[in-house]
Design a protein. Sequence first.
Length: 265
Amino acid sequence: MKTRSKIGLLGALFGFHLALATPVAAAAKCPSDAVRVGPVCVDKFEASVWDLSTVPANKKSNLIKKIKAGTATEVALLAAGAVQRGVSSDDYPCGDDGNDCDEIFAVSISGVTPSHFITWSQAQQAAMSSGKRLLTNAEWQGAAAGTPDPGTDNGTTDCNISAAGAVVDTGSRSNCVSRFGVFDMVGNLFEWVADWVPTPSGTCATALFDADINCFSGTTQAAGAVALIRGGFFGSGTDAGVFAVIGGSLTSAGSSSIGGFRAAR
């Protein structure tokens, strides 16, 4: 009887430990559209923003499930009737303040033009609708590590910092990848991060490293807060890099042709 009790107790304890271990093991795996960077699943690609207001109700629920699971493809989005926004103009179906942005979703897929012309608030809402969020500044910095900086731009495989003179498709520059497997964190589009900070005085300071642009020197209270944008864009040249940082306007002025974002879970 005692032996059975011990076995039962050990089994209970063993089962308890298995129950504890299972969620930990599951947490280590990220969806296929993202890679693990420390405790965070960071999207591999700059976000494409999709408007689902045009999707029939009988298809929308399943499509949203795919978006949140990281399995939505461009083909599936288009077939369902979704429309990508921010490809060539500020055509988002909601206001710059994001308060009515309940039909836009951020998706991480390769081979598409990343969405730009987007404000911080719109980007935040698109990420949240997809079960994601904007990266913090520290998370962005960590995820960018190992991306060539300052690097060159051969127009085909290097980071998009000068040669194309325009935004290029996500993941199309095969050498522009961090040590974690995150693409295009240098150049292509500046990327919003979550952090709000006091407005810089407008003076660019000496680069922290690698000649990367550092326009975050001094502060002024005249214009309130800004949000940080990182990495540089397709016209930054050697100013682009993993340490490039600027304060971006939270108003409509932040809706720029050179700014996008990526999300994380």
